[in-house]
Write a protein that binds this ligand. Structure first.
Ligand code: NAD
Length: 358
C-alpha cells in the first residue's frame, strides 16, 4: 500500500531540512522499494504570506487526508509583530488540535559518537536514553480565558488559564504507563502538585491508574526538582510523563544533554497511529538559507514516522543505522562539531546519510 505523506516545510530553515527528508524518502524508494506519495502544504508564516492564515483550509484538508505529516518548523521575526491569534505558532497549535494529536513523544538519546558534544560531562550522559511524553492539546497553551486587557488605571493585565479534564490526563498517562512497560518499567510523572490544583488532580489520576500497571514503578517529581535532577543525574530517568507546558521546557533541557537541539526528533500522535513528526527545534531564522542547519533531527523524525505511523520499522532502523554510521565516521554539522573539527553543510550531511543507507 502506498503511504500518503504530507510535507509542511514551514519557515526559516524548514524548507532546507524538509528537502533533506524528502531526498531521504526518495532514496528509500529507489533502493528499498518503499512506496509513498507526497503532497505539499503551507503552514505558519509561509501560509500567512500566501493565504493570510497560518493554518489554511487547504492545509487542513491535506492533513486530514494523509497517513502522516512531516513538518520543518514555523515562525520567525517577520511575523512576530502581527496579531497573536494569527501568528505562525498558532497555526501549528490549531493543526495539532484539529487532528487530536494529544501525545508528544520526545526521545532524548545520546548517540555514543557525540558524548563530547553534550554540555554535561561525558560520564553523566553517556548511554542516556530518555523518553519524555508531553501532553500536547490541553493545559495552559489552550485554556480559556486568555488575553491581555487594559485595566481602569491604564496598566495592562495578562492572563492564561491552566485547565485539564480528568479524561485528558488519563489518556496521556495511559500512554506513559504503556511506554514504561515496553521499556524499563519505570515512570516518572512530573507536576507541581504542591502549588497548582490542576496538577494535584494529575498526580491523583496517576496514582489511581498505577494499580492497573503493577509492573511499573511510579515516581512523582515537582517540575523544579525534575529540571534540577535532569541536569544533575539524567540517567536516573527512563520515561517521563508531564503536562504541555512542563514538557515543552523539560524536553528542550533534555535536548541540550544530547549535544544539540539539532539532533532531536519528535512525534505527535492521536492514539490511532496518525501523527505529525517534526524536529524539536524551531525555525532557527538566524541560520536560515545558509546551508548550515543540522538535518539529523528531521531525518530522525522521518524514522519515527516510519516506526510509529507507517508501520515500516525495518526502514526506520536503516535510517537510525545510517545516522550512527556517519557520526561514527566523525562527520559533523557545525552545531555538533567540537573545537577545531571541520563541519559539513545541510546538503552534504544529508548526502552522507543517504550514502550510508544499507
Ligand atoms: P530555535 O530552535 O529555532 O533556535 C534556537 C537556537 O538553536 C538557534 O541558535 C538556532 O540557530 C539553533 N538551531 C535550531 N535548530 C538548529 C538546527 N537544526 N541546526 C543547527 N542549529 C539549530 O528556537 P528560537 O530561536 O527560540 O525560535 C525561532 C523561531 O522558531 C521562533 O519564531 C519560534 O516561535 C519558532 N519555534 C517553532 C517551533 C516549531 O515549529 N515547532 C518550535 C520552537 C520555536
Amino acid at each position: 500500500m502506498t503511504d500518503k505523506i504530507l510535507l509542511l516545510s514551514g519557515d526559516g530553515i524548514g524548507p532546507e531540512i524538509v528537502s533533506s527528508a524528502e531526498r531521504l524518502l526518495n532514496s528509500l524508494a529507489t533502493n528499498f522499494g518503499y512506496e509513498f506519495e507526497v503532497n505539499y502544504g503551507l503552514l505558519g508564516g509561509a501560509a500567512i504570506d500566501q493565504f493570510g492564515d497560518s493554518f489554511p483550509e487547504e492545509t487542513c484538508r491535506l492533513a486530514e487526508d494523509c497517513d502522516a505529516i512531516l513538518l520543518g518548523a514555523v515562525g520567525g521575526p517577520k511575523w512576530d509583530k502581527i496579531e497573536r491569534a494569527i501568528r505562525p505558532e498558532r497555526g501549528l497549535l490549531r493543526l495539532r488540535a484539529q487532528l487530536g494529536l494529544f501525545c508528544n513523544l520526545r526521545p532524548a538519546v545520546l548517540l555514543p559518537a557525540l558524548k563530547n558534544a553534550s554540555s554535561l560531562k561525558a560520564d553523566l550522559v553517556s548511554g542516556l536514553d530518555l523518553m519524555i511524553i508531553r501532553e500536547l492539546t490541553g493545559g495552559i497553551y489552550f485554556g480559556q480565558p486568555r488575553g491581555i486587557e487594559v485595566k481602569e488605571n491604564g496598566k495592562r493585565r495578562g492572563f492564561n488559564t491552566l485547565v485539564y479534564e480528568e479524561e485528558e490526563i488519563e489518556r496521556i498517562v495511559k500512554l506513559g504507563f504503556e511506554t514504561a512497560m515496553k521499556r524499563s518499567g519505570r515512570l516518572c510523572s512530573v507536576d507541581k502538585a504542591n502549588v497548582l490544583e490542576v496538577t494535584e488532580l494529575w498526580r491523583d489520576v496517576v496514582d489511581k491508574m498505577a494499580s492497573d500497571y503493577p509492573q511499573v514503578t511510579v515516581e512523582h517529581l515537582y517540575v523544579d526538582n525534575a529540571a534540577m535532577q535532569l541536569v544533575r543525574a539524567p540517567k536516573q530517568f527512563d520515561v517521563m510523563v508531564t503536562t504541555n507546558l512542563f514538557g515543552d521546557i523539560l524536553s528542550d533541557l533534555a535536548a541540550m544533554l544530547t549535544g544539540s537541539i539539532g539532533m532531536l526528533p519528535s512525534a505527535s500522535l492521536d492514539g490511532n497511529n496518525k501523527g505529525l513528526f517534526e524536529p524539536v527545534h524551531g525555525s532557527a531564522p538566524d541560520i536560515a538559507g545558509k546551508n548550515i542547519a543540522n538535518p539529523i533531527a528531521t531525518i530522525m523524525s522521518v524514522s519515527m514516522m516510519l516506526k510509529y505511523s507507517l508501520n515500516k520499522p525495518e526502514l526506520a532502523l536503516k535510517i537510525d543505522a545510517a545516522v550512527d554510521s556517519v557520526l561514527n565516521q566523525g562527520l559533523r554539522t557545525a552545531d555538533i562539531a567540537s573545537g577545531g573539527e571541520s563541519s559539513l553543510g545541510t546538503i552534504e550531511m544529508t548526502d552522507a546519510i543517504i550514502d550510508a543507507l544499507v
